[in-house]
Structure formats: structure tokens, C-alpha cells
Design a protein around this ligand. Structure first.
Ligand code: ASP
Ligand code: MG
Length: 418
């Protein structure tokens, strides 16, 4: 008997018909003799609709109340799914995050799971029930409802799998797995069979929307094997696990893109020690996530600092930056919302020179201008104009031979120092 956690995302539970299909799938797993836990998202676009309603009332709603609102989405799904299983003649029980024992910290709208107290889920499983857990939500030790950030049901699923010692964590979605690029942008993108945590972390961090970044961190830290697959068919998807020799040895695993960030520039900041610490300290205090940072060469004692931040954090970022400009005597700040980030991810980068050179050359030949560049050991990201993002993705996918699993060492021009 195995213990399986199956997570179903918004599109997989987007209608009552889809909920019935999910109920049947869970029952099939149960009838194979497994213990089954389902973690579910809000139906379809419900979370977005709730966000729209909140924004129609306030530009900057209190975050505690935001969590109170958003947590309702998943609660609808768990109740309906439990009813669906009941009508099919099987036993299920739904739990909110709190009831499932998901304990989180108190950072509203981006809470982190601290602990899973799995006893209640365990008892229900031992009683032969299919357990249905609301994704994306937790309870603080003080009894406050929290949510885990967009896509947070993935993290709930992985945490529940870790907490129960599950054999596998299946993430069901509307695509067949993790792809070498977003198939909506690059029709030649192919499904990746296996990918390491390390690469998946970079892909998730740079815009591969299939898994929430935190869920991959959690899986790596607790060694939970994730199987990302489609809820619309029975095909094998993508396995995310610790790197080993049996994995595909492509130099580049994928191209990702992200249009959810904006660029903020602060002009003529005094160039002296402590200024960057002050700017980014204020942003951190305002709970603003910062991604790329660039500081220009200093001229006449002042410098420009640019950074990218999620558009969702922009209202808070602008408020913090406005205060910094006033306090430090900087000249002004500006925002550019029409940017995109395109990234190349691959563990083979560590050992193969020439990847950056080929990336920049290919983008240049396609007429794409690079605004900012950042790298990690296994990733290179460029900020470009938003309207060039599709061109950039397709150009890189082709240049690195991702559609036919080729080895770039054979095609890359000799490029020292990249
Ligand atoms: N419903 C939440 C969202 O849309 C959580 C999730 O689906 O994972 O982000
Ligand atoms: Mg999702």
C-alpha cells in the first residue's frame, strides 16, 4: 500500500464536471489499494476574481483581510470535491489548511509553512477515507489564517507529502509536464522527462509557471519526489528529484520568461558606503521582493540604481523608494512596467564555456536589446523589452537546439571568457 498525495490546480478543478473527473481519478487510486490525499486549488480563475474584487475596493488592502478573502477560494473546492466523492459511493473528508494541521508563519499573503501536524489527516486515512486538503493556506500559531503566495497549493502538496511521509507527490495540471519553453510561445518546446531540483528551482524562479518556487525548495529540503503531470490524460509527466547519472545530460534544460516584473530606477543617489544597504533595507522592511539589481558607474559623486520587482509588490516598492529618494537626497525615481526577463537554465553551464556568448549573440542577431543581465552558476537572465519576449524565447530555444535534444558544444562558436 502506497501513500500518494495528488494536487489538482485551478484548471483541473475549473468546473463541476472537472471536479467529478478528479473525484473519479482519486477513487481509482484508492481502489488500487493506496491511501490518497488530494490537495486542491481554487476553481478556475476564482483567486484572480477575488483579487479583482479586493482591488475594486482598495489599492492596498490590509494583508490579513486579503488572506481571509483568498482562503475562501480553496474552501469551495474541498467541499464540492468531498461531495463528488460521496455521490460516487466513496468516503472522503475535507479539511481547511488549519484543520489539516498546516502551521505557517504570520507573513500574510506570502506565509511560509513551518510545520505540518499530520495526525488528523493520518487518522482519516487510517479510517479508509480520501482526505481532501485546501491548498494555499495555513494557520499561524496565534490562530490567524494565512495564504502562501500565488501557486501556493503546490507547496501545500509537497509539505503534506513530507509531513505524511508519502511515497510520491503528484502535481496535476493542464500541461503534460515541465517543458523546455512555454509551449504557448514556442510550439516546438518538448516535455522534459526528469529534471534536478537545482534546475527546477532556477526554472521556477525565472517564470516556468508550472511549479511554485517554494514547493521546489521544500521538496529539495525534504527530498520529496515530485511528478508533474496532466489531469487531462494518463501520460507520464516530468519527475523532479535529486540529480543523478541517469538524468538527461543536456547542457541547457530550458528557456523561461517572465513578464510579471517591473523595473524601478532611482537616479542620482549619493555614491557613498551604506546607500545600497539603505535602499534595499527599506524595500525589505516593506516586504518587497527584489530580483535583479544594477548599480551604474558613479559620476560626480552620484550613481543610478535599478532593480526589478514583481508588479504585485510595486505599490509598496514605490512608497518605499519615494521615502528613500527624499531621505537620501536622490534626484528622482521612475518605473518601467514594459519589461520582460528571459532566462536560460542548465546545469551543464558550469562546465561548458560559451553559453553566455551564444546567448547574447543570438539575441543580438534577432535585434533584441539587453537592458540588464544577471547570472547564477546554472542560469543566465536578461531583461529585455516586453514586446520582444516571444522572439527572444524562440530565438534561444532554437540557438540551443532544445527542440531536438542537441548538444550545444557542437554548434556554439568558440567564445572565450563567456
Ligand atoms: N489559488 C491560488 C492561486 O491561484 C493557489 C494555487 O492555485 O496554487 O494562486
Ligand atoms: Mg499552479
Amino acid at each position: 500500500m502506497a501513500l500518494v498525495v495528488q494536487k489538482y490546480g485551478g484548471s483541473s478543478v475549473g468546473s463541476t464536471d472537472r471536479l467529478m473527473a478528479v473525484a473519479r481519478r482519486l477513487i481509482r487510486a484508492k481502489e488500487r489499494g493506496d491511501q490518497v490525499v488530494a490537495v486542491v486549488s481554487a476553481m478556475g480563475d476564482v483567486t484572480d476574481e477575488l483579487l479583482d474584487k479586493a482591488r475594486a475596493i482598495s489599492a492596498d488592502p490590509p494583508e490579513r483581510e486579503m488572506d481571509m478573502l483568498l482562503a475562501t477560494g480553496e474552501q469551495v473546492t474541498i467541499a464540492l470535491l468531498a461531495m463528488a466523492i460521496d455521490t460516487l459511493g466513496h468516503q472522503a473528508i475535507s479539511f481547511t489548511g488549519a484543520q489539516a494541521g498546516i502551521v505557517s508563519d504570520a507573513v500574510h499573503t506570502k506565509a511560509r509553512i513551518q510545520e505540518v501536524r499530520a495526525d488528523r489527516m493520518m487518522e482519516a486515512l487510517d479510517a479508509g477515507r480520501i482526505v481532501i486538503v485546501a491548498g494555499f493556506q495555513g494557520l499561524t500559531p496565534d490562530g490567524e489564517i494565512t495564504t502562501l503566495g500565488r501557486g501556493g497549493s503546490d507547496t501545500t502538496a509537497v509539505a503534506v507529502a513530507a509531513g505524511l511521509g508519502a511515497d510520491v507527490c503528484e502535481i496535476y495540471t493542464d500541461v503534460d509536464g515541465v517543458f523546455t519553453a512555454d509551449p504557448r510561445v514556442e510550439p516546438l518546446a518538448r516535455k522534459i522527462d526528469t529534471i534536478s531540483y537545482e534546475e527546477m528551482l532556477e526554472m521556477a524562479a525565472t517564470g516556468a509557471r508550472v511549479l511554485q518556487l517554494r514547493s521546489v525548495e521544500f521538496a529539495r529540503n525534504h527530498n520529496v519526489v515530485i511528478h508533474v503531470r496532466s489531469s487531462f490524460n494518463d501520460r507520464e509527466g516530468t519527475i523532479v528529484k535529486e540529480a543523478d547519472e541517469t538524468m538527461e545530460q543536456a547542457i541547457i534544460s530550458g528557456v523561461t520568461h517572465d513578464t510579471s516584473e517591473a523595473k524601478v530606477t532611482v537616479r542620482d543617489v549619493p555614491d557613498r558606503p551604506g546607500v545600497a544597504a539603505e535602499v534595499f533595507g527599506r524595500l525589505a522592511d516593506a516586504n518587497v521582493n527584489v530580483d535583479m539589481i544594477i548599480q551604474n558607474v558613479s559620476e560626480a559623486g552620484t550613481t543610478d540604481i535599478s532593480f526589478t520587482t514583481p508588479k504585485d509588490d510595486l505599490v509598496r516598492a514605490i512608497k518605499a523608494v519615494g521615502e528613500v529618494v527624499a531621505d537620501l537626497g536622490a534626484r528622482e525615481w521612475s518605473v518601467d512596467e514594459s519589461i520582460a526577463k528571459v532566462s536560460l537554465v542548465g546545469a551543464g553551464m558550469k562546465t561548458h564555456p560559451g553559453v553566455a556568448a551564444l546567448m547574447f549573440r543570438s539575441l543580438a542577431d534577432a535585434g533584441v536589446n539587453l537592458d540588464m543581465i544577471s547570472t547564477s552558476a546554472i542560469r543566465i537572465s536578461c531583461v529585455i523589452a516586453a514586446d520582444q519576449v516571444d522572439t527572444a524565447v524562440r530565438t534561444l530555444h532554437k540557438a540551443f537546439g532544445l527542440d531536438e535534444r542537441s548538444v550545444i558544444a557542437e554548434t556554439a562558436p568558440a567564445a572565450p571568457g563567456a
